[in-house]
Design a protein around this ligand. Structure first.
Ligand code: B12
Ligand code: SF4
Length: 527
């Protein structure tokens, strides 16, 4: 284990590193402002390797740019690292980078995370990026900090891109860490934990997130996994997973947990062992976890019961489409009949399943989108313990097979600057390959599908106006069902109203909730 830089011995602090987690663009404080996991993992290894770390999260402050400026004035960092997915999150990253440049243009600005990894060239060519890191960051960030601190040669740090005079240079491939157990458990003291307890949708009690694996062996054409994780599934041992869960549950007194893995179920034997160990611990936690139809398709009712007893009481499953043809095209690798059968099986278990859908895939016709809507209601009617997410607008993200197809077959032109990508909003219809009518139609379905599941709506309406909001919901739901039965989507005055209300809600409630901090009840103190 000693070959990892976080296991080394050091004397005094080796210097400071600032890590920035920008707004995602869909943050509702207390609902989905989860732990800034990327910064937390990187901060933990940096601190263990001898560095002082400050994590700045734009989602939990109203004075973000001042915080950045203050932090680098307090003690000049060796580097400022910015973490970002594709889209709106880049915007906050750019604000942070500008704040850094304004105070001290010499501090190296390092971009990492999903977006820089998938768009290395366009990230590095930006004036506000000095170095970009590809893929998993734990080893690279420590080697990078070491290199900058000692005035070493950046060309020797694997897994990065940097500017060498006017030239952009990319270094050797950084292999992924095979055994995730070598990565230390996050040091939660690096962040203001009291800001990250979200409300569990089922119990409304404090919830946190953990990661138990990285990557996924499947190759869905819309997913980042193929490129980012090279279609590989790496995982923590069952022993480590359970020890992490027990630690978080006891330290923070939470009663719910979300597993932020790409595909938790990638190793069925591990899942069984985790279940056995969790049952033994009797934690009484509600655990939400992403799953796949084909995992459940092969399971016995006994195994489903075991999952339930272990705490896995909410499974999130991407169904994606109600069109058989579409499922084949996007390589989902399961059929609608399999979904139906699993739904029936699940209706006999106590496990709640939340199905996810998308619309607006390349060449998707209106009829297919309507098949998706019908399928959603079919699943809901056959399983009272099932829910559905809104129909998300399919977005061609870089690094995915469908993105390449969109460029090659449809001549779609995508941004090639950080600024351009920051406007690539997931809620905007970025499907260059759809007809204008179908684009409009998909956006309408996205808006009205937010009302398909009562329970889902209830979660977002969880405030003092809840009785009024739920009464309005009941009236609208009846009207919506009638519309869907008649397949009439011509005159929809509710659409702009819903969108306006949604924007106001996001703005107002994120801000008000920011001041109402939800706290777990464990041994942890907010200090
Ligand atoms: C949690 C999560 C969210 C949360 C946000 C995070 C939070 N803390 O609350 C919420 C729910 C808000 C969210 C929203 C969305 N998400 Co999301 N999300 C995730 C998820 C499940 C986990 C992210 C995570 O924390 N991983 C764990 C950490 C440790 O891994 P990591 O972030 O990759 O960090 C490592 C490296 O990337 C690198 N690294 C990261 N940052 C940095 C910075 C530096 C300086 C360095 C050196 C290295 C580095 O080192 C880290 C440690 O190895 C991922 C899938 C996944 N499993 O990663 C999807 C994922 C990131 N989301 C995705 C998407 C598409 C979305 C949405 C658009 C979905 C939607 N339609 O609603 C939205 C909107 C986001 C936006 N672009 O504006 C895609 C991103 C694709 C892309 N090209 O960016 C992913 C990959 C899912 C997928 N399968 O496609 N998401
Ligand atoms: S969508 Fe899910 S199952 Fe498909 S490749 Fe991505 S993580 Fe795996």
């Amino acid at each position: 284990m000693s070959e990892y830089p976080w296991n080394r011995r050091f004397g005094e602090s080796l210097g400071k590193v600032v890590l920035v987690y920008p707004n995602t663009g869909m943050d509702v404080f207390g609902i989905n402002v989860g732990l800034p996991l990327s910064c937390l993992y990187l901060g933990t290894v940096l601190e263990k390797a001898g560095y002082e770390v400050e994590i700045l999260d734009e989602r939990i402050t109203r004075t973000f740019e001042e915080d950045v400026a203050r932090s680098i004035r307090d003690r000049k960092p060796l580097l400022v690292g910015i973490s970002s997915m594709t889209g709106t999150q880049i915007k906050g990253g750019l604000h942070a980078a500008k704040a850094v440049r304004k105070v001290d243009p010499e501090i190296p600005i390092v971009w990492g995370g999903v977006h820089p990894t998938l768009c290395p060239e366009s990230t590095l060519k930006d004036e506000l990026c000095d170095i970009m890191v590809k893929g998993e960051g734990e080893i690279t960030i420590v080697e990078l900090a070491d290199c900058i601190r000692t005035g070493g040669d950046l060309a020797e740090v694997a897994g990065i891109g940097f500017k060498d005079g006017g030239r952009r240079r990319f270094t050797a491939y950084r292999p992924m860490i095979e055994n995730l157990d070598v990565i230390p458990r996050p040091n939660y003291d690096l962040i203001r934990m009291e800001r990250y307890f979200t409300a569990s949708p089922s119990t409304n009690e404090a919830q946190l997130q953990v990661v138990t694996s990285r990557g996924c062996p499947y190759d869905c054409e819309f997913c980042y996994n193929l490129k980012f994780n090279e279609r590989r599934f790496r995982y923590h041992s069952a022993e480590r997973v359970v020890s992490d869960i027990v630690y978080v549950a006891e330290k923070f007194g939470i009663s719910a947990l979300f597993i932020e893995d790409d595909y938790f179920f990638g190793h069925p034997g591990r899942v069984e062992e985790i279940c056995d160990r969790l049952i033994e611990k009797q934690l009484n936690l509600l655990i939400q976890v992403p799953c796949r139809i084909d995992y459940l398709y092969r399971r016995t009712p006994e195994m489903l019961h075991k999952l339930y007893r272990a705490g896995f009481r909410e499974l999130w499953i991407g169904i994606e489409s109600g069109s058989e043809k579409r499922l084949k095209e996007i390589m989902k690798r399961n059929t609608l009949d399999q979904v139906r059968e699993v739904n029936r099986l699940m209706s006999e278990s106590d496990v709640y399943v939340k199905y996810g859908f998308m619309a607006g895939f390349p060449n998707e016709e209106r009829e297919e989108t309507l098949e998706t809507v019908d399928f959603m209601f079919e699943l809901l009617s056959e399983n009272p313990n099932a829910g559905v997410t809104p129909v998300m607008i399919y977005t061609p993200y870089p690094g995915t097979t469908l993105y390449d197809k969109a460029r090659l077959a449809h001549g779609a032109v995508f941004p090639d600057t950080l600024e351009g990508w920051s406007r690539f909003h997931f809620a905007v219809n970025n499907n260059y390959f759809l007809s204008p009518q179908q684009k409009k139609f998909v956006s309408k379905i996205n808006t009205i599908s937010k009302f398909f599941e009562r329970r889902g709506f209830e979660r977002y309406a969880n405030n003092r106006f809840k009785p009024v909001l739920m009464a309005l919901y009941s009236v609208y739901y009846r009207y919506l069902r009638l519309r869907l039965r008649l397949k009439f989507f011509g005159f929809m005055p509710e659409i702009p109203l819903i969108r306006l209300a949604e924007r106001a809600y996001l703005f107002l409630f994120h801000r008000t909730r920011l001041s109402q901090v939800k706290k777990g009840s464990g041994s942890y103190s907010t200090g």
